[in-house]
Design a protein around this ligand. Structure first.
Ligand SMILES: [Mn+2]
Length: 429
């Protein structure tokens, strides 16, 4: 018989993928791991009977002739199914979006880098015009939303978003979706979140704000990463680190942040873990939470200071320079020919001040187009050293009337930073 299964600590993407397979493979039955996430458990409490699913407990592996594995690529992540790895007569089909660490040899493999595994299955359902009830559409939407942070995580692809649209057209109930996503915090999580807020510390590394909390917690707490992310959002910091100790041997470190300001993955790799610029985790052995926090803190300094310096993004100043004795009319002309928002007034290479489009318009209006630009120089403009980080430049740019920042070495103008230079840093094009 054909069965579908997925990873333990089953999340909504995993459950949704199992259920989607029961649509795509007539007769296939889902085998649910014994351990599922609390929010999935809540969902199953009233939905289990309408889904074609049996519990892992009491399930006989001998019945399996064909196995579909969804949202997982490793025998170790399944619920005690390792023995099937040896079975030569077994057909294995995989639907998954985890690209690394594959140990399951499948005869048919659908593995693609999308935000949620269920997206791949939904595309197939859409292609075959498979009918679904609004209840099923709701579960599938929970799958996409929970793996993609409601389409906000960097893993999202246009294909995930297209399937969200398809599910809404099929009657997915957004009120139900919100209820399950919001209710993910049970009493234990609420209490822990309170402790995180109370016992955390906010530190500033240059202009990057980082929240850190180090706590001893009960064994078996799940969804810690979503608490760390909530903590980051709640406090409005650029990055947040949670250090949790649930047994005396090791501390779990979880980091979430804005990738343009800090490379979380770098911190975690140094600690022996892994991750991306925006998210990562690691385990530190034989350290108290306070000791682990110190280690993390020393690495944060480096990860923030590694931020890109303006020297790497700044533009050649030549296009933006107007000589101090040029007239306002000449400055206006340069602004419009070069299509730029401001100019730097220089005497040779020495910076005197800045000049904006508005300054030129004013001079023209009051009949002073032929006075030298020197008289209009805005002398208190922000000046940066080439080693200033882009994050600081972004903050200064909000006040720059010229829409430009001057990069100086002593009095000498060595570059300018335009809004475009910074945009290219903030977005991952
Ligand atoms: Mn997934």
């Amino acid at each position: 018989m054909q069965f579908v299964t997925t990873h333990t600590r089953t999340d909504f993407d995993a459950l949704a993928s199992v259920v989607a397979c029961t649509f795509l493979y007539p007769g296939a039955v889902g085998v649910l791991p014994s351990m599922v996430n609390p929010e999935v458990k809540q969902f199953l409490a009233i939905h289990q009977n309408i889904l074609r699913i049996v519990p892992r407990k009491g399930f006989d592996l001998d019945e399996v002739t064909s196995l579909i594995v969804v949202d997982a690529n490793n025998w170790k992540r399944l619920d005690k199914m390792d023995s099937l790895a040896e079975r030569e007569d077994l057909e294995v089909i995989c639907w998954d979006h985890h690209m690394e660490g594959v140990t399951i040899d499948s005869s048919e493999t659908h593995r693609e880098e999308v935000g949620a595994a269920v997206t791949l299955l939904l595309e197939k359902m859409q292609e075959r015009d498979t009918p679904m009830s609004p209840m099923h559409a709701t579960l599938f939407l929970l799958g996409i939303y929970s793996d993609t942070g409601c389409l906000r995580y960097p893993c999202v692809t246009g294909r995930d978003a297209a399937m969200v649209s398809y599910l809404i057209e099929n009657g997915a109930d957004l009120n139900v979706v919100s209820a399950y996503l919001d209710d993910a915090m049970d009493d234990a999580h609420t209490e822990l979140f309170g402790r995180i807020l109370e016992e955390s510390e906010i530190i500033n590394v240059g202009t990057v704000s980082v929240g850190i909390c180090a706590l001893t917690i009960n064994n078996g707490m799940t969804s810690l990463s979503s608490l760390v992310n909530k903590f980051r959002e709640f406090r409005g910091v650029d990055a947040a680190f949670g250090i949790f100790q649930s047994d005396s041997q090791k501390c779990m470190i979880i980091g979430r942040g804005k990738p343009q300001f800090i490379d979380i993955g770098q911190v975690m790799r140094t600690l022996g873990g892994g991750g991306h610029p925006g998210a990562g985790s690691a385990i530190i052995k034989d350290a108290s939470p306070a000791e682990a926090a110190m280690q993390v803190q020393s690495l944060i300094d480096r990860a923030c200071n590694n931020a890109t310096e303006v020297r790497a993004v700044m533009s050649d100043p030549a296009k933006f320079i107007v000589e101090a004795d040029a007239t306002m009319a000449q400055a206006s002309e340069k602004l419009s020919v070069k299509k730029i928002s401001g100019l730097m007034i220089c005497e040779k290479t020495t910076l005197i001040g800045g000049l904006s489009v508005v300054d030129c318009a004013k001079a023209e209006k009051s009949g002073r187009a032929d006075v030298p630009v020197k008289g209009y120089a805005r002398r208190n403009i922000s000046k940066l050293a080439p080693s200033t980080c882009c994050r600081e430049a972004v903050l200064l740019m909000t006040k720059a009337k010229e829409g430009l920042l001057a990069v100086v070495d002593g009095d000498e103008l060595v570059g300018v930073v335009t809004q475009t230079d910074l945009l290219l840093q903030v977005y991952d094009f």
